[in-house]
Ligand binder design. Structure first.
Ligand SMILES: C[S@@+](CC[C@H](N)C(=O)[O-])C[C@H]1O[C@@H](n2cnc3c(N)ncnc32)[C@H](O)[C@@H]1O
Ligand code: SF4
Length: 400
């Protein structure tokens, strides 16, 4: 049964693809800057890209903006300011719109944070990774722990109280005590939010080609995760997603919108967008050319679009669960129906199977992953994969 697809809240993702140096574990679309990146030309390209995508979102309000990378903090505040002015002249920003800028502590300069704030940025996300200088070195980071602390303090002095610290665990040579120490150093900086990621060896990275020898094994990684989860809870950081912890009311609105299967425009090299089209009762996915040089040359034209497709109805339950089951809050059946355009009968059999396995629990309209379900997220999500949904509505091959 199909029901009305109701467009969910809209976010804007902006990809800024350059870094000072490529980290050996990183598979993001990030490129070592050789010389100064073409900041002004890239902002022009972003604005042209946004204009080209506007017909997808006429009349809608943007609830969050996220500058991700790469290293967005490489961009001078004037460039961020110019983009935000151009974007807010073309799109309606909700009052209190969350605007996050990812920041590498190695790029923090005195006086910059005040200017980012004046440009409208109201949340920062620092890539800290660890406070152990040996670990930072092995991760190929461009900063040490003292520099990371100094960067966060500069931001706080500039009036940023809403910031996230990214930490990674299960690092080469890391013990449980070292992981605990990283968290203690993080707590001392009083962040509103902590993202705590297990280091993964991603294909096509230096670490995948030459894995460090002393990465904690799965059992040790699990011990670290359990102990760190307990420490985070003790210190008032509630877990709301697999890797995300926040003080009350400080969850990242932007990421929550992704996980709730919200809509987002994706602007910039390699950025992905997902937009519900109410009039067509369709869900569109669009992504941009990945390489910055190609993107810069084509942005604002159809040639900058790397791909464009419609998400077939049979595919939507899997995509929805891939996101929603990462959340501690799970999802409501009403929101499943509104944002997929499918009736709850479309997932009744899979829900029953997952509940029988002890992976999901239901409380009225709400469905939540259990502790066990969160440990086996991939298996739970796989239940919702329709093997026959290999093509989209138009019969074209799908990427996802
Ligand atoms: C785009 S980066 C953040 C901003 C900035 N580029 C930096 O690194 O400082 C996003 C975050 O993803 C995490 N990350 C990247 N690669 C990872 C991997 N292979 N395993 C686990 N976490 C990873 C890191 O914590 C990183 O801070
Ligand atoms: S600085 Fe961040 S985005 Fe750049 S290579 Fe390192 S982890 Fe990746």
């Amino acid at each position: 049964m199909s029901v009305a697809l109701v467009p969910p809240p809209l976010s804007l993702y902006v990809h800024l693809p350059w870094c000072v140096r490529k980290c050996p574990y990183c598979d993001f679309n990030s490129h070592e800057a050789r010389g100064a990146p073409p900041f002004a030309a890239y902002v022009d390209a972003l604005v042209a890209d946004l204009e080209h995508d506007l017909p997808l979102v006429w009349g809608r309000t943007v609830h969050s903006v996220f500058f991700g990378g790469g290293t967005p903090s490489l961009f001078p505040p004037e460039a961020i300011d110019r983009f935000l002015q151009a974007a807010s002249a073309r799109l309606r920003f909700a009052p209190g719109c969350e605007i996050t800028l990812e920041t590498n502590p190695g790029t923090a300069e005195h006086g910059r944070f005040e200017l980012y704030k004046a440009a409208g940025v109201n949340r920062l996300s620092f890539g800290i990774q660890s406070f152990d200088d040996g670990c930072l070195q092995r991760l190929g980071r461009i900063h040490g722990s003292a520099e990371a602390e100094a960067a966060v303090k500069l931001a706080r002095d500039a009036g940023f109280d809403n910031f996230n610290l990214d930490l990674m665990y299960a690092l080469p040579g890391q013990t449980l005590a070292m992981a605990e120490y990283d968290l203690e150093r993080a707590f001392a900086l009083e962040p509103a939010h902590i993202s705590h990621y297990q280091l993964t060896l991603e294909p096509n990275t230096v670490f995948a080609a030459r894995p460090p020898q002393d990465i904690p094994d799965e059992d040790n990684a699990w011990d670290i995760q359990e102990r760190c989860q307990a420490l985070l809870a003790q210190r008032g950081y509630g877990q709301y997603e697999v890797s995300a912890y926040a003080r009350p009311g400080r969850q990242c609105k932007h990421n929550l919108n992704y996980w709730r299967y919200g809509d987002y425009l994706g602007i910039g090299a390699g950025a992905h967008g997902k937009i519900s089209l109410g009039a067509e009762q369709a869900i569109a996915r669009r992504w941009k050319l990945k390489h910055p040089t190609a993107y810069l040359a084509q942005a604002g034209t159809a040639a900058a679009i790397g791909g464009d497709e419609r998400i077939a109805p049979a595919r939507r339950p899997f995509e929805y669960m891939l996101n929603a089951l990462r959340l501690v809050e799970g999802f409501s059946l009403d929101s499943f129906e509104a944002s997929t355009g499918l009736g709850r009968d479309a997932i009744a059999a899979q829900l029953a199977e997952a509940m029988a396995a002890g992976w999901l629990e239901r409380d009225g309209d709400r469905v939540r992953p259990t502790e066990l379900g969160r440990r086996f997220t991939n298996d739970v999500v796989a239940l919702f994969l329709d093997e026959d949904a290999a093509t989209d509505d138009t019969g074209a091959a799908r990427l996802l």
